[in-house]
Design a protein around this ligand. Sequence first.
Ligand code: NAI
Length: 284
Amino acid sequence: MTIQKVMVIGAGQMGAGIAQVCAQSGYDVLLHDANQQGLDKGMEGIRKRLTRAVEKSRINEHEKQDTLDRLKPAIEIQDVSQCDMAIEAIVENMDVKANVFRELDANAPAHAILATNTSSLPITEIAATTNRPDQVIGMHFMNPVPVMKLVEIIRGLQTSDATYKKVEEMATALSKTSVEVDDAPGFAANRILMPMINEAIFAVHEGVASVEDVDTVMKLGMNHPMGPLTLADFIGLDTCLYIMEVLHDGYKDSKYRPCPLLRKYVNAGWLGKKSGRGFYQYES
Ligand code: NAI
C-alpha cells in the first residue's frame, strides 16, 4: 500500500500548513475542520501563501494551480473512508482528540495510518482509543510547517515497524528531515526547548537581566536566530505553560516547575503575540 490520499483534521495554524505541504508534495489532500469558518480560513491562508510563493518566484503559477487542484475541503470527517492516512492537528485536548480518533478509526479503511501532530499528549494513550494501535503514530511538525525542516516521529508503545517506515518515507517525500523519538513527555523538541524558555523567564523573574538582554544573550552569545522570550511570545505563553506542566507532571522533577512569572502572565491574559501582549507588546 502506498499513501496517496491524506485527510488533515484541523485547519488551524498547523493543519493548514501540513495540508499545504502534503498537496505541494503530490499527495491528494482532504482538509477537514469541525468549524466551517476555520476551514474557510485555513483554505484561504494556503491560497495566500501559495500566491506569495509565486510572487517571490519560489514556485510558478502552474505549480500553485496543481497544488490547489490536489487540495479539497471536507465538511464530513467520514470522508476519511477515501484516504490512506489521516493527520490530526486539532486542539491540544486529550478528550477531544480521543473522540476524533474513535471517529477516524470507525471510518478509515483498515490499511490507513492515523497520525497525530500533538506537541505533548501521549501517543500510546491516543492509540489506545482505536482498534488499530499498531497503525497510530506521532508526526510532530514544527511551526510554520512550510518553512521548518524537522518532523519528530513518535512511536507509541504498539506502533509497528511497518507504520514507522511508511511515515518516515512520507516525511522524506515532504522534504522534511525526521528523527525517531520515544513516547516520553515533551518528546525531544519540547523537552529541550521548553526548560530553556522557562529558565529565561526565571532569569527575568529573579532580576538577573531584562527581557531584551536575555534575548540578546541568546541571539548574539549563542547564535540563536531568535531570543527565547521572543520565541515564547510566538509559540503562545499558554502553550509554553501547558507543556511545562506536562513535563513537570510526567517526570515529577522540580527542574520542570513552571516559572511563577509565566503563570502570572497567562492568568493575566498575556499570551504573547496572539493576544497583543506577552514579554513584548505587539500591534493588534
Ligand atoms: P489552532 O487553534 O490554530 O487550530 C486548531 C483547529 O482545530 C481549529 O481550526 C479548530 O476549529 C479545529 N478543531 C478543534 N476541534 C476539532 C474537532 N473536534 N474536529 C475537527 N476540527 C477541530 O491550533 P494549532 O496551533 O494548529 O495546533 C494544533 C495541534 O498542533 C495541537 O495538537 C498542537 O499542540 C500541535 N502543535 C502546535 C504547534 C504550534 O506552534 N502552534 C507546533 C506543533 C504542534
